[in-house]
Design a protein around this ligand. Structure first.
Ligand SMILES: O=C(O)CCC(=O)C(=O)O
Length: 193
């Protein structure tokens, strides 16, 4: 795996974690099978539609609150369960939930944030798999201002771990030229409190 960030947390990239045909077949199946939801979020006192579809699958009890909404896990879809096993073997970490994001086209996006909810613990390891259309993943160091832009291609895997969520923020900007969908599956471990 290629280290792209090595200070104040780590970010690793493996571009071909899934072979392209498998990854594209997964986009089709998961687009049809998963319980995609459009959520509303409050920004500066206004309620707006979140610019992507989401769902949360996981072990019973892996309850995750993000964007101010409590998410109870849906039971594992067999394809997500299979990916979890493969990612646990690759990373040596255990995951009890997966946040699924569907970017329907280039108008869907994710704003700057860190995955720093308290139930992920202080130094979470996240395994984040991208399938479908290539999108840019940006990272930005809160103190030094250092930035990286990474093309996340169909089948690519990134691992974020250590202090990464504390020091770095990340985003997926809108992309005018993108018309095709992309799914991101980020496997996480909810600590029970
Ligand atoms: O789509 C991506 O690659 C990033 C998703 C993300 O930042 C998140 O789910 O917190």
């Amino acid at each position: 795996m290629m280290p792209l960030v090595e200070n104040d947390g780590q970010l690793f990239l493996e571009p071909g974690f899934l072979a392209a045909p498998e990854a594209l077949a997964l986009v089709d199946r998961l687009t049809r099978d998963l319980a995609w939801t459009e959520e509303s979020i409050r920004i500066y006192g206004k309620t707006v539609r979140s610019p992507r579809l989401v769902c949360w699958y996981g072990d019973q009890g892996a309850i995750y609150t993000y964007s101010g909404i409590v998410h109870h896990p849906l039971p594992w879809h067999p394809l997500l369960a299979d990916l979890r096993t493969r990612l646990e073997e690759t990373t040596g970490q255990s995951f009890n939930g997966v946040l699924c994001n569907l970017y329907r086209n280039g108008n869907d996006a994710m704003g700057w944030h860190a995955d720093s909810e308290k139930e992920l613990g202080p130094r979470p390891c996240l395994a984040s798999l991208s399938i479908g259309e290539t999108r840019v993943f940006r990272v930005h160091h809160r103190k030094s201002g250092k930035r990286h832009s990474i093309d996340l291609e169909n089948g690519s895997l990134i691992i974020m771990r250590g202090e990464f969520q504390r020091y770095w923020r990340h985003s997926v900007p809108r992309s005018k030229k993108t018309t095709q969908p992309r799914i991101n599956l980020s496997f996480r471990h909810i600590q029970h409190q």
